[in-house]
Design a protein around this ligand. Structure first.
Ligand code: NI
Ligand code: MN
Length: 218
């Protein structure tokens, strides 16, 4: 089993009953956040890129919980020594105590000089999740579904900084996900969206719309 906890904006936790990870923690100053950083329990903190709405609280959580920070070296390296860190790069797979984390491409700016934005394919609790991170739609997403059977895609739909619901629906098709959870919308006016639009656009996959603070089983 795998529990998905939505903490608001692009932050979510995964819990297989034994291990917990948190992805893109932006809680302090996030109007949609449903937890505070001292409530986070995690062994790993995955960060897709260095923009504040993804990486904001990652160092503080790692220092507070002893969690290991995972990300691209250009973002990770300056924090080496202050916390546990694992720098990795696109195409790489990290074997972990809960399964695996594969860093995959995203089409977005990095927020860190010389870095690049990424997404993650995460194997945990017998399930495979694809979290695209902030990205535009690109056809190579198809390759992810060719390698792994994607049980759930977690995709931004806010537009403006990322793809919108129209492109996210295409992404679901590209990766062949059985389920899709939208995020990265409504936090601010500029990314206001009606997530119900995604339900109309997605064919052949379950659309799971969560409010910040809600959870689902993948
Ligand atoms: Ni970004
Ligand atoms: Mn973002």
């Amino acid at each position: 089993m795998l529990k998905y906890d939505y903490f608001g904006h692009a932050c979510f936790g995964l819990d297989d009953g034994e291990h917990r990870i948190i992805v893109d923690p932006f809680l302090t100053g996030n109007p949609a956040a449903t937890i505070k950083i001292d409530e986070v329990i995690a062994e790993y903190v995955l960060v897709t890129h260095a923009h504040g709405d993804h990486s904001g609280d990652a160092p503080a959580i790692c220092m507070h919980t002893g969690a290991t920070l995972v990300g691209i070296p250009e973002y990770i390296d300056p924090m080496e020594g202050a916390m546990q860190t694992i720098g990795m790069n696109l195409g790489g797979t990290l074997k972990t105590n809960f399964g695996f984390v594969r860093m995959v491409p995203a089409l977005h700016s990095s927020g860190a000089p010389g870095g690049i934005a990424c997404g993650y394919v995460i194997g945990m609790g017998g399930k495979v999740i694809y979290y695209s991170g902030d990205t535009a739609l690109f056809s190579d997403m198809k390759l992810l579904g060719e390698r792994d059977k994607i049980d759930c895609a977690v995709l931004p739909i806010g537009g403006h900084y990322t793809m919108d619901a129209i492109d996210a629906a295409r992404a679901v098709e590209f990766v062949g996900a059985a389920k899709v959870i939208p995020l990265h919308y409504d936090t601010w006016d500029v990314i206001k969206q009606n997530p119900e639009d995604l339900k109309k656009l997605v064919k052949g996959a379950e659309v799971c719309i969560l409010k910040p603070g809600e959870s689902t089983e993948i």
